[in-house]
Design a protein around this ligand. Sequence first.
Ligand SMILES: [Zn+2]
Length: 373
Amino acid sequence: METLLNWHKKNHEKRLYGRYIHVANILEILQELPSDFEVKKQGVSVENKPIHTVTIGTGKIKILLWSQMHGNESTTTKALFDLFLAFQDPNAVYDFTAILSSCTLCIVPILNPDGAAAYTRVNANQVDLNRDAQNRSQPESNLLWSIYKEFEPDFCFNLHGQRTIFGFEDTGKPSILSFLAPSANVERSVTLSRKRSMQVIAHIHNVLSPYLPGNIGLYDDGFNHNCAGDTFQADGTPTILFEAGHYPNDYDREITRQFVFMAIVAALEHISSPVFVDENMYFTIPEHQKCYCDILFKNSLDGDIGIQYTEKLTRNTIAFIPEFSSKDTTSSMFGHRVIDASGLKIKKLLEEKVIGKPDIRHLTLDEGVTITL
Ligand SMILES: [Zn+2]
């Protein structure tokens, strides 16, 4: 795994970079995939953008993976294309033969192309596709369902990205990757399929925790039948939710991308050659909380003030616009960046000069102190 991580650092798919990843970025790469990758246009989005599947592998165990069902969660799409590159690279220092001979992967990169283009969570009809699994009111939800029914997967990987607000209140560490074995019912019982999902996640945690000690968490397991993962789990298909989170200073999510790639490989490794893992190890992974902000001004005369970036698509790139955070965070707040504001009166100045402005990089205080944001 160490050598694979080093391979990734040098050899990932460099045509995909940063946060704004949409279908136009991946079409050329899809066309260039060699013939052992079967690329098929499965349908179109509300705005008529293509949705593809990429199928690779010859094995009996069928795994369905999809990314960017939330259009602005692009990190896992990058990791999928890194995986395509690794499968093709004889120097990838990891033998993928076992995985590709025992598994067949059907991958939907960018399930929500309109949301990806507009950099929104929702699709073009403003519907959250991950709350549409029962109604299936949208073409993208229907397409995922029909691919699921036709492919009949043995496992599903539901690939998402999470905001910077998640961390662990006990330790103050940020949540860089998180996972969930979705519940199959309101009782949250450990059904057979949920048990398999837990074992896979426990294996991923074993493999990755040396690299991300204390930075891997679990999502809340409340059952919501409208979510894709819960629906497939309830249908008896082991499903794993992957959430790509925030590595310190990595707003482009290029470092998190490495770990998502590693997590997918670890999951495939476990499924293709199962070594026994006690599913109860899953419950030793801590649940994360909403306790982080992007910048925390600590101990100012106005108290602790948290700033949270909102992400806005501007001229083909993502601008990070500072806003006050309070809505999503608790009182025990940590900052990805902490600025000691002891003795400074700062709230009014932030309101006037920083909040809502994407291009403010320096803040000069009345006291003559300059803060770089
Ligand atoms: Zn999501």
